[in-house]
Every structure is written in C-alpha cells, then in structure tokens.
Design a protein around this ligand. Structure first.
Ligand SMILES: [Zn+2]
Length: 418
C-alpha cells in the first residue's frame, strides 16, 4: 500500500462527494482524512518493517549471548553469562543501546522480590497525541546458564532492534520497551512492573492504561527438518488479549506471510506475559512453536547457542512484532526528515555560559530537546514564536546535543556548556 493508491482513492472519493450540503462535504472530507491517515500509517509501518535488519538482530544475539565481544560504555567486553546474580554487564549493554537513541527516556528499575536486587530496564517513547495509551513490548534478559542465545537473547535483541527503528518516528500513543530481570526464578521483574502499573498498592487508583503487551521469549529456533515456519501466539481471555491475537494474525498476512501461526489458547503461563494477565491487562506471548514440538532441544543448557538458531525465521517474527507495535502506536511522522539551513536557524554563543540564543528567520514555535553525549534526554521545552533564548545555567559543564524541530523541519546542534 503506497501513496499512489492513497491519492487515487482520495481523488475517487472527491469525485463522488455529494456537493449538496456543507455538512455532507465535511463528512466526506473527514472520511477522506481518515482514509488518508490510514494509508499514510500503512506506509510508515512498511517503512518500519523494512528498517528491521537481520544482520543487526544477529549481531545483537551474538553479543548478548557472549559469542563475541561488544562495546559497552566504550569498553570492549564479553557478556559471558546473564544469570540473575551475574547480569549487570548485559544490563549495561541494554542501557547503552537505548541511550544511543533519541526520543526515549530510560528507567533503571530496581526491585527486591526476595532473591537479591533485580533490575528491569524500562525505555519509554512518549506518544504526542495520547500519551496515557501504552503499548508494551518486552522480553527477559536474564538466563539460567552461559550463552542461552535462544532463551532469551533473541527476545531481548528483537526489543532493541524494534526500538532502534521505531524511535525514529513520532507516535500518537506511548510505546514502552521493557527488558525484565529474574524471569527464570519466577517472573519477578515483570511481576514487579505489572503490579506497580496496575497500582495494586492503592487498589488501582492510578492504574496505567496498558492496552497491549507483546512478550517475546525464545523466538529463534525451529527444527530444520520440519522447516514449517510455525510460531506460537499464546494467550488467555484476559482483557483484550484476543484482540491482540487478531491484530497479529491480520498483520502477519501483510508483513510476514511466510510465518505459520499456531494459536495456543489457553497459552502457557511460564513467561513474562503472565503477570499482565493477572493484573487484567491484554497480553500475548510470541515465539517458536512449543505447541507443535518445534522448540529448541538445548533449552536451559549452555548448548543453546547462536549456531543452533534459524536467524531468517527469527527475523520474520521480529518484523511481525515491529509491524504490530508501529500499527498500534500510530505513527505521526518521521522525525528529523528535513534539515534547517544555516540561514534559517543557528544557535550562539558556543561555548555557552548561561543563556543560549536561537537566531532564526522562521516565525513558528519550536520544540527543543537537549541530549547529553550518550543520547539521554536532559531537557524538553517548547519555544513559542516570541521567545528565542533558553537559560542553561543549571546544566553541568560538558558537551550536549540540541535537536530543534517545528512542524516541517529539524536540526541537531552540538554545543559546549562551560
Ligand atoms: Zn525464557
């Protein structure tokens, strides 16, 4: 579905629009706008799916499962093990990847559910139209042994890869990318999060509006003899779980037609979607097909390695979850498409001591986002068309990036705060 179809449809609708009354014209116009945004979104979803890269997924699995060294906080390191008492390096790897993205805030969420401190990483991409509507995609990053590529470097890598692409877009709804700790010792990280989200402590007064949860756990193995591309969607009847299943089934026909879905209902309770069911949220598990006896024979052993996985199959499931997330989040636009010219926009002085000035020939409001050198959002503000300076005296000394955007364009400036 491309824009050509969209325009043809639009012209068709306009040609047959009754011209009798203003009301009818307005109705027809809003229909055209709905159709237009539907097709625009379909094009964006296709762009997101096209952005997911098989080599990028494979590299992440390889790094997370300790097959190769990776750069973590600038230091070459090898993640030999991700058992819950021993997975801080994997956690730093995950944080490092989120910090490199714009448009995302990161929470390092500590909890103690009786087996020592656990740490979830919660990365949030806030929606600009309905920030309270949340879609959550997740995976556990802890393991039971060395390597454990399938369980669950695959799900973890898929979450990171989808975030890498989707964070380049402005979305209507909020997306939460969550990586759980202590799954292997009783779903502790996800349970902690789900109880907090549903505000169990206060009887649900400030319950978060999580509309859809997709959990990815073990999504890289299939029996090469069968080679049937079976994958499972596990659900029960909690909240809107069945609607999530239906969305995934519909999107599969468009974005991952090679996959063969097996619906398992009631599905397994043995992964991180379960605590969301318990709190009355709609959630599904997506992964390789245990239902058709097509799961890894290396389960929970140090023989669960990248070489045993079917990477092209894993890539298809990751694309499907990317399509689901992009569709439900409702993409508004690609960020940073067109850049302001030197004439249109500049900042001074640089280095800056306290007040940063913005000189521009354009008379619009601007959104300003300040990031530190690691890409972490420090400050976010809107400058209306009268104001053209920002007080940065509270900023620590160092190097920063400032992304300035309006409706049409954007530009990133690097500056030094003295
Ligand atoms: Zn697992």
């Amino acid at each position: 579905m491309k824009f050509e179809i969209n325009l043809t449809l639009l012209l068709y609708l306009m040609a047959f629009t009754p011209k009798k009354s203003m009301m009818k014209r307005i109705c027809a116009l809003s229909l055209v706008l709905m159709v237009t945004s539907f097709f625009a979104n379909a094009q964006f979803v296709q762009d997101v799916v096209n952005g997911i890269r098989m080599d990028s997924l494979e590299r992440k699995v390889s790094e997370l499962s300790g097959e190769v060294f990776s750069s973590i906080n600038g230091i070459s390191s090898r993640i030999i093990n991700r058992e819950h008492a021993n997975n801080d390096l994997a956690l730093e790897y995950i944080k490092d990847h989120f910090e490199a993205l714009g448009n995302i805030t990161i929470e390092d969420q500590s909890f103690n559910a009786g087996s020592g401190i656990g740490r979830n990483i919660i990365a949030t991409q806030t929606g600009t139209v309905n920030p309270d509507n949340i879609y959550l995609i997740c995976a556990h990053y802890d393991s039971v042994d060395d390597y454990c590529a399938d369980d669950n470097a695959t799900g973890t890598s898929a979450v990171l890869e989808i975030a890498r692409i989707l964070s380049q877009y402005e979305t209507q709804n909020t997306i939460v990318y969550a990586l759980w700790d202590q799954e292997e010792i009783g779903l502790r990280g996800s349970n902690y999060y789900a109880e907090l989200a549903s505000d169990v402590a206060n009887g649900g007064v400030n319950r978060a509006n999580i509309i859809g949860v997709v959990n990815m756990d073990m999504m890289g193995y299939q029996n090469q003899v069968a080679d049937d591309n079976n994958f499972d969607i596990d659900l029960n009847n909690a909240a809107n779980s069945e609607a999530i299943r239906d969305d995934l089934l519909a999107l599969r026909t468009i974005y991952a037609p090679i996959l063969n879905p097996i619906v398992v209902q009631p599905g397994t309770p043995f992964s991180d979607h379960k605590p969301f069911w318990d709190e009355g949220y709609g959630a599904v598990l997506v992964g390789e097909s245990w239902e058709t006896n097509d799961q890894t024979p290396d389960y929970h052993q140090n023989t669960d390695r990248l070489s045993t996985l079917d990477v092209p199959y894993f890539y298809e499931i990751a694309k499907l979850v990317a399509a689901y997330t992009a569709t439900k989040a409702g993409i508004v636009r690609l960020l940073s498409t067109d850049s302001f010219t030197d004439n249109e926009l500049k900042i001074f002085p640089n280095p800056v001591k306290s007040v940063l000035n913005i000189e521009t020939t354009i008379n619009t409001d601007f959104n300003l986002e300040f990031f530190d050198v690691k890409g972490k959002l420090i400050k976010l503000l809107k400058l209306n068309s009268g104001t053209r300076n920002v007080d940065l005296s509270s900023f620590a000394s160092g190097v920063y990036f400032l992304e300035i955007t309006n409706q049409e364009k954007s530009r990133i400036f690097k500056f030094v705060k003295e």
